[in-house]
Design a protein around this ligand. Sequence first.
Ligand SMILES: [Zn+2]
Length: 330
Amino acid sequence: MHIIDAHIHYAGDHPDVWQLLDRLSLKLLNVAVAHKRGGEWRADAAGAMALSAQQRDHFAWCTTFDPPSLPCNEQGYVDAVIAGLERDFANGAVACKFWKNIGMELRKPSGEYLMVDDPLFDPLYEYLADARRPALMHIGEPLACWLPLDDDNPHAAYYRQHPEWYMGNKPHIPSHAALIAARDRVLARHGDLKVIGAHLGSLEYDVGELAARLDRYPNFAVDTSARLMDLMLQDTQTVRDFFLAYSDRILFGTDYVHRQRVSTMDAEARQAHLAALALRYATEVAYFEVAGEFDFRGERAIGLGLPEPVLARVLHENAERWYPGLANQG
Ligand SMILES: [Zn+2]
């Protein structure tokens, strides 16, 4: 079956990669992330842009924008962001990413955190809606980010590696509920804007919470990237029912990260890398496809066994519908 991975960060600039993607019938949406102020992300984005121009069947790209340094001339800032987006869309970008530094890191001169529903961003949302370009939003973190880092915490390993993003000891930063509420207000206020919530919309801990938002906001869909484990922790039948009920709103994504250009790897490292990549896709797809037990990274897991039409929607059709540029690129 044709597969679109709607969320990766991958400098796959080598013919061996393209051959593997051909064999797996796999197309990848490369997502730019503005980790720091100052436009450093442009170098990665230029690589993603070149790949999508050169390998249209295998790669597409999603742009982003520099976060504001506040205080700023707001009109000037928004105009510059929109000018950048216009250029990127002309260069094939299919969407615009909003990252978690909005809500969790950037502050206004008053000391308040700059939230995703701040009026500063309204002209941006209006521009994207008019241009029929979706927003890919990674707002907030898993709920586990605010919970104790004990053995029950499914994301403890990540936050031990990235303590700067752990919120259990930072009560001055907006809560999970406040971040989700701000995102939800954007969905309500901008009904014409299509929003794809990365990482199950940061509601990975309960498909019921996610279903409530999907019911309330028809302009909202989610990708599964980096959150299969959270689904596996929930009752399999409940998760399966959720996939059947919202089969047109869930996009397959892995959040695979490999920023080293594959063309710079030696042949042996490259072969090992490609074997690991193929295994990763086989494993992730198995979760959706297999009914019953399967091996997930060395552990026993239970697959959802989704019926063929639902699989086709989740694995590629939804990505083509929610990111219209993806389909156009063939
Ligand atoms: Zn990502």
